[in-house]
Write a protein that binds this ligand. Sequence first.
Ligand SMILES: *[C@@H]1O[C@H](CO)[C@@H](O)[C@H](O)[C@H]1NC(C)=O
Ligand SMILES: *[C@@H]1O[C@H](CO)[C@@H](O)[C@H](O)[C@H]1NC(C)=O
Ligand SMILES: *[C@@H]1O[C@H](CO)[C@@H](O)[C@H](O)[C@H]1NC(C)=O
Ligand SMILES: *[C@@H]1O[C@H](CO)[C@@H](O)[C@H](O)[C@H]1NC(C)=O
Ligand SMILES: *[C@@H]1O[C@H](CO)[C@@H](O)[C@H](O)[C@H]1NC(C)=O
Length: 303
Amino acid sequence: MNKKSSLYLLIVLIAMIVIPSNTSVISQRNNIGDTLPFQTSERINETSRFKNKYKRNKGNHARSENKRYSQNVIVPPFVSVTNPNHNYPIGLFLYGNASIEGACTASVINTFNGNIGLTAAHCLLDEDGNPWDLNFTSFSPGYDNNSNGPLGDILVVATAIPNNFIVNRRKYDYPLVRFEFNRGGATLQEYTGALGWRFDIGNNEPTSVYGYPSGNFEDCPNDNEHLCKWQGITEKYTDYYAINNLIAEDGVSGGPFISQYDANTNLGYVYALMRGVFIRTNVSFGSNWDEDIFIDLLLEITP
Ligand SMILES: *[C@@H]1O[C@H](CO)[C@@H](O)[C@H](O)[C@H]1NC(C)=O
Ligand SMILES: *[C@@H]1O[C@H](CO)[C@@H](O)[C@H](O)[C@H]1NC(C)=O
Ligand SMILES: *[C@@H]1O[C@H](CO)[C@@H](O)[C@H](O)[C@H]1NC(C)=O
Ligand SMILES: *[C@@H]1O[C@H](CO)[C@@H](O)[C@H](O)[C@H]1NC(C)=O
Ligand SMILES: *[C@@H]1O[C@H](CO)[C@@H](O)[C@H](O)[C@H]1NC(C)=O
């Protein structure tokens, strides 16, 4: 067990045991106007490209929606052990079945387990909410320019999706996945490095979003095959973080919203995931995570 993992575990444990719950939720409105991302009737395009996989939750989890943990757990990024100068925690995520294939973006996050990542729920479930067959799911961290990353394709063996995703796909689109990876005893994050994660990001956050888009990412072929970056300021709403004038189409679903991105390490703190675009207003957005649900998912997916 390394120090960062231990620290993380400790933080979570302390948070679970010691800190009393606090139900206050930050809710900031801003100049994007209430008529834009909040118009619930507005059509959105989910940002996966069609070409999948997911494993059924192990049993029914009667997750309590009551606040039980702390507010504001912060887990730092994890630097690759095998190659500290080269972190590549973000990759192409493919899903589907024998006849179709979809593409999304996934990323490795710093966990005690070391093989845990994030993507978008609609990359794990079809439109009817049925899980895609995980045998057709793969993750290639470091994928770029039509080429697999250094580790090739990695399988997904488990998923944990917020129960409420079924009732509100926009608000609860932040599932965790567990990768099947063990090379010489090393975990995936020891190879790729891993993003830190946090829940305390406010309005107007300088942010980098990565993924494999089509759409209108700048300086990007927008062909689903290149790892591209959007950089700017996100606006926080009760249920979402929103990005104006960004058409995040196809392939960038699940792409991490990263705070304090460090270009030297390719690491930072993920706090949201690309979910889709409001097609009338060109506002792209990602669900605002509920910390307790997130921690529950992490406990659920960690063997
Ligand atoms: C693949 O999934 C699509 C969409 O759910 C479905 O229409 C099609 O029948 C599936 N194909 C196979 C071979 O399972
Ligand atoms: C996935 O692949 C494994 C190993 O080949 C097989 O045992 C299993 O039945 C497959 N699952 C599905 C849902 O096809
Ligand atoms: C992408 O790959 C092609 C073909 O291998 C190569 O010609 C091109 O220079 C590469 N582009 C980038 C941006 O790396
Ligand atoms: C949304 O998706 C539809 C169907 O794929 C496509 O025709 C349309 O151009 C998309 N809208 C935007 C704003 O990208
Ligand atoms: C959305 O983007 C499209 C394509 O770039 C553009 O034609 C349209 O005017 C934009 N709409 C808004 C409301 O900005």
